[in-house]
Design a binder for this molecule. Structure first.
Ligand code: CTP
Length: 434
């Protein structure tokens, strides 16, 4: 994944940049941090150092023990100009929070501390997330400065409106949500992302098989996991098509969306799209059976005390696609299983459906699975078994894509995109939520 340099300036919102680091690290990015001296009155460098596993620079004259290397990189053999080396080595520089003072300096090209010097010296995309008192933000000086920055190609994220740090104050000036700042960074990084040029087909949600014009046989899948996978692939720069079966959640932008209802409709769209895709992520819960006949109109209860519904098997879409797969395509299936034999069932699906990966989740486990924000899965390949412990579906999606990346690289080795630690260990090492 990407090398992100974070500049932290003075403001109460500095504590939220710890959450930014945590999210970026969990998404597989390497992060280094620059701080202004004032920002250390709000958050100490030790916190950032613990989360990034790398030293923080606070002055242009600080010696960087990592010599400008990001976590996962080898430090160069020579002694570089430390504060410049970091920003030269970064793929993106984000300043969050950016105070009114720092925004003014950036707009006018001042370079009086390590954060502003890096902004002037860097050539990578710059993202600025302002956070300040509402009057300072609305002051015409700040607004003109922000316009100058935008005109120069800087991406400004936020600020949000709401309750401000000073007691009783409301207005515009809150730092944007760290997850939103990260999403903006990843959008910018997408063009050079590690999946750039790959075409990814994702199925999401649950199919519905009509019984009559009012009723259907369905399942509890919300589509959350499929959408998280689609968003993660998009963040890595892939072209993504989502076949969404009855998904009511908002779909990420810039994704080719095909809405379907039944298993047959899902099968038809997948058949059209499959030959073009490099990676298939089959997260939809597809009905195995459907009513032999859907009744026109509404079935009436009058005169019945029981009803038999005759069902017929649907096509196994994934097996049918796998039967005509071409070399180089990676096929990922999902197996929602119940209880102790989960891994046996999942492994037998890996083989019988001719897949590269099966993502197994135990639907009896509390807090994971259908229509919840979190998940906990085991990712099975022919050679490996990666346990992704309870985490947000966004983090789980990234863990699954890391496994696909390794398979595409053909190494089968348990290292991540950038030679980082194995996924299993990355997720276990996650600090608790802030
Ligand atoms: N799948 C499919 N078409 C179907 C049923 C399932 O493409 N008619 C896909 C699912 O999208 C999933 C994988 O096959 O990626 C495994 O689905 P699952 O329901 O766990 O397995 P089944 O083969 O249906 O077996 P069972 O329900 O008996 O566990």
């Amino acid at each position: 994944m990407s090398r992100i340099l974070l500049g932290v300036t003075g403001g109460i919102a500095a504590y939220k940049s710890l959450e930014f680091v945590r999210l970026a690290d969990a998404a597989g990015h390497s992060v280094r941090v620059l701080q202004t001296p004032t920002s250390r009155r709000f958050v100490g460098s030790a916190s950032f150092e613990a989360l990034t596993g790398a030293p923080v620079l606070v002055s242009e004259f600080d010696e960087d023990p990592a010599r400008g290397a990001f976590p996962g990189q080898q430090p160069p053999g020579h002694r570089p100009l430390h504060h410049l080396e970091l920003v030269h080595n970064a793929e993106l520089y984000v300043i969050a929070p950016a105070s009114a003072n720092t925004i003014a300096k950036l707009a006018h090209g001042l370079a009086d501390n390590v954060v502003t010097t890096a902004a002037l010296a860097g050539q990578c995309p710059l993202v600025v997330a302002p956070a300040m008192n509402a009057n300072m933000y609305e002051h015409s000086a700040t607004q003109v400065n922000l316009t100058l920055l935008r005109e120069r190609g800087v991406t400004i994220v936020g600020p949000d409106a709401g309750k401000l740090a000073s007691r009783g104050e409301h207005g515009v000036g809150r730092l944007a949500d760290p997850a939103v700042i990260l999403e903006e960074c990843e959008q910018l990084l997408g063009a050079s992302g590690s999946w750039h040029g790959l075409r990814v087909l994702v199925t999401a949600g649950g199919t519905r098989e009509p019984i009559d014009s009012v009723r259907f046989l369905g399942n509890r899948s919300s589509g959350r996991m499929g959408l998280a996978l689609a968003a993660a692939a998009h963040r890595r720069g892939a072209d993504v098509t989502v076949v969404a079966a009855n998904v009511a959640l908002p779909v990420p932008e810039n994704i080719d969306l095909r809405r379907v209802c039944t298993a047959a409709e899902l099968a038809a769209v997948c058949e059209q799209e499959f030959a073009k895709c490099d990676v298939l992520l089959m997260a939809a819960a597809v009905a195995d059976f459907r009513p032999v006949e859907a009744v026109e109109g509404k079935l009436k209860k009058a005169g019945r005390d029981r009803m038999l519904l005759e069902l017929e098997a649907t096509t196994d879409v994934l097996s049918a696609l796998a039967a005509r797969r071409s070399t180089g395509q990676i096929l990922v299936g999902f197996a929602a299983e119940h209880g102790e034999h989960m891994l046996d069932y999942a492994r037998s699906k890996l083989e019988s459906k001719n897949l590269d990966v099966v993502v197994a989740n135990d639907i009896s486990s509390p807090g994971a699975g259908f229509d919840v924000e979190d998940n906990e899965v085991v990712v099975l390949t022919g050679a490996d078994e990666v346990h992704l412990e309870l985490a947000s579906k966004r983090e789980i999606a990234d863990g699954i894509l890391d496994v696909v990346t390794r398979l595409r690289q053909g190494s089968g080795a348990t290292v991540g995109d950038d030679g980082r630690a194995p996924v299993r260990h990355c997720l276990r090492a996650l600090p608790t939520r802030l």
